[in-house]
Design a protein around this ligand. Structure first.
Ligand code: HEC
Length: 112
């Protein structure tokens, strides 16, 4: 029994380690893609908005995000395969997810 528990803990630790490093890599690649594919020209280099709306921090859930980029409703040009693969779209989404919320101004102590 104890050996089973130990094995389970080891496997879980391994999975957590692998998935967190994979995530970090995706976001880094997504950052490169966001700049290389030109999303930044309308949405700002960190998704903060510009000519296009703010899309980070707190991007849409992946399904809605992907659907929009593939088939935008208004002015935005569509990005479809092979110009942008599903894997690339996932990395871009991981990048937008990795952008931290700015600090809450209410937490800032002024004058100290
Ligand atoms: C030429 C300017 C332009 C470029 C380049 C562009 N967008 Fe957009 N995007 C827009 C505009 C403008 C909107 C607002 C709705 C519309 O006009 O379609 C938008 C809307 C969006 C939305 C929906 C936002 C929401 O909250 O509903 C997402 C997601 C998005 N863009 C992602 C991307 C990604 C990812 C890329 C790069 C692959 C990209 N955009 C490139 C102009 C652009």
């Amino acid at each position: 029994m104890q050996r089973i528990l130990k094995t389970a803990a080891a496997v879980t630790g391994f999975v957590v380690l692998v998935s967190s490093s994979a995530l970090a890599q995706d976001a880094e690649n997504g950052n490169q893609l966001f700049q290389a594919k030109g999303c930044w020209t309308c949405h700002g280099t960190m998704g903060q908005g510009g000519r296009g709306p703010k899309i980070a921090p707190g991007p849409l859930a992946f399904e809605a995000f992907a659907a929009y980029v593939r088939q935008p409703a208004l002015e935005m040009p569509p990005f479809r395969e092979p110009i942008l693969s599903d894997a690339e779209l996932q990395d871009i989404h991981a990048y937008l997810l990795s952008i931290p919320q700015p600090p809450d101004p209410a937490d800032t102590i002024v004058g100290q």
